[in-house]
Design a protein. Structure first.
Length: 119
């Protein structure tokens, strides 16, 4: 669930690219950012993805937002929004990787199960 090495680095790059696509789509193309609250709606998931905090949830949120945008702006930048939603869905499935806050919080644990035998 939390791969290291080149796979972990690739997941960091994937998280950053999903966050960047989400910010660009939300601020530049849709021009939906009309208040501080809508800016936070786009900035909070992007920052969380860059840090790797609750990655599956925030990536799913980004995927849903991209699909909503695809429905709103039908006929304009459809390919870009489809690719952005697919990339977000892939990140939600793959998880954050070892170089993330999630790996620190929910990382590997050593469980010891006591023997059920009685002497």
């Amino acid at each position: 669930m939390f791969p290291t090495g080149l796979a972990g680095i690739a997941l960091v790059v994937l998280r950053i690219s999903v966050a960047a696509m989400f910010l660009v789509d939300g601020t530049a193309q849709w021009t939906l950012v009309t208040s501080l609250w809508t800016l936070l709606l786009f900035a909070l998931p992007a920052v969380a993805l860059c840090c790797g905090f609750l990655t599956p949830y925030f990536a799913s949120f980004c995927c849903i937002e991209e699909l909503v945008a695809l429905w709103i702006v039908a006929g304009h930048d459809e390919l870009h929004l489809i690719l952005a939603s697919l990339t977000s869905a892939v990140l939600a499935i793959l998880g954050p990787g070892a170089y993330s806050v999630d790996a620190r919080i929910f990382g590997r644990r050593l469980l010891t199960v006591p023997s059920s035998k009685k002497p």
